[in-house]
Design a protein around this ligand. Structure first.
Ligand SMILES: Cc1ncc(C[n+]2csc(CCOP(=O)(O)OP(=O)(O)O)c2C)c(N)n1
Ligand code: SF4
Ligand SMILES: [Mg+2]
Length: 313
């Protein structure tokens, strides 16, 4: 079990003067948002995802005090350490409930969660389902390398059949999950796939995800060069593979069409499979609170509590 680490941004030259309007502030560059030197293996796919997060912060002019970067445990989940902004490196598989609390209590923040396939779909599988169905406003990028990297090669829920690892020395016999189908079935309102090897595609997908009002999920293929090299060569033109985009005529509002498209073999297609609008829990809760405030207007906090206790008698 890992301990919670919360990071706060250091003061930077790009920090706002108290009377400066957002429009007058200079976009944060990589220099302002990069923290510790990433400790990933040279060639790990996770480097690209981090570089694009810096880019996204700069391009979309997000400010330190408006970003929250959350992760669980794993190589990919080291992410918040490398970002100079508010964030937390939380318990294995529990990044989503932590981020849910942040998102519900601070609607003014951009909440991003990064993690691995084990973190998301094994130990954190239940939280993935419930965060999706509740439609919490946040962006979840799962850096899927189809293996447990940090703990040095165990089978993960996305490892292919026959994958040899420390937990399956003769090859995995368990059918892997399909994260896109899982997300659609759980009720996610934005479901996309991208890859760390296609920079423009991943940046575009991250932008679309952060603009979505609800739970946005990206399955981002990210190669573990150490324990599953070559896993995504079939989708990488530089390695002789083919990068297939979601067909232009795909109707992303059609849940069944999205599910069917996600059923394609191998790494499948890349792009937005499904996107719909449904009230977020953030909006539903905000309305509940506002409606209740009207009923208790003029009362002190202790009087509201007293009323509640009286009702329970
Ligand atoms: C409660 C708990 N159980 C198990 C572990 C050990 N553990 C740490 S990371 C990890 C899996 C990481 O795999 P993944 O989420 O795919 O991330 P990757 O390292 O591949 O990026 C496991 C099993 C832990 N830290 N805490
Ligand atoms: S073990 Fe794999 S996932 Fe972890 S840093 Fe190295 S290449 Fe990346
Ligand atoms: Mg992994």
């Amino acid at each position: 079990m890992s301990t919670l680490t919360v990071s706060l941004p250091r003061t930077t030259t790009a920090g706002p003067a108290p009377d400066l309007l957002d429009a007058d502030r200079k976009a944060l560059t990589k220099k302002d948002t990069a923290a510790d030197h990433p400790t990933w293996c040279p060639g790990c796919g996770d480097f690209s995802v981090l570089a694009l997060y810096y880019k996204l912060i700069e391009k979309r002019k997000m400010w330190h005090e408006k970003i929250c970067t959350v992760a669980g445990i794993g190589c990919s989940s080291r992410f918040p350490y490398f970002v100079q902004a508010h964030g937390a490196h939380f318990i294995h598989g529990r990044a989503l409930p932590f981020a849910t609390g942040v998102s519900l209590s601070r609607p003014d923040l951009h909440v991003f969660v990064f993690g691995g396939d084990g973190d998301a779909f094994s130990i954190g599988g239940n939280h993935f389902t419930h965060t999706a169905r509740k439609n919490i406003k946040l962006t979840y990028v799962v850096m899927d390398n189809q293996v447990y990297g940090l703990t040095k090669k165990q089978t993960s829920p996305t490892s292919p059949l026959g994958f040899k690892s420390k937990t399956d020395v003769w090859g995995s016999t368990d059918r892997p999950i399909n994260p896109i189908k899982q997300a659609i079935a759980a009720g996610a309102t934005f479901v996309a796939r991208s890859t760390a090897t296609n920079i423009p595609h991943l940046l575009k997908t991250m932008e679309a995800a952060m603009d979505h009002d609800g739970f946005s999920f990206i399955q981002c293929l990210s190669e573990c060069i150490e324990f599953f090299p070559g896993a995504f060569d079939a989708a990488n033109p530089r390695k002789g593979g083919a990068f297939l985009e979601v067909p232009a005529d795909h109707d992303a509002t059609d849940e069944y069409a999205a599910y069917k498209l996600a059923d394609s073999p191998g790494s499948g297609a890349f792009g937005i499979f499904y996107q719909t609008q449904r009230a977020t829990k953030n909006a539903n809760e905000a309305k509940l609170i506002a409606d209740h405030r009207v009923k208790v207007e003029g009362l002190a906090d202790w009087q509201i509590l007293q009323k509640n206790f009286d009702r329970m008698k």
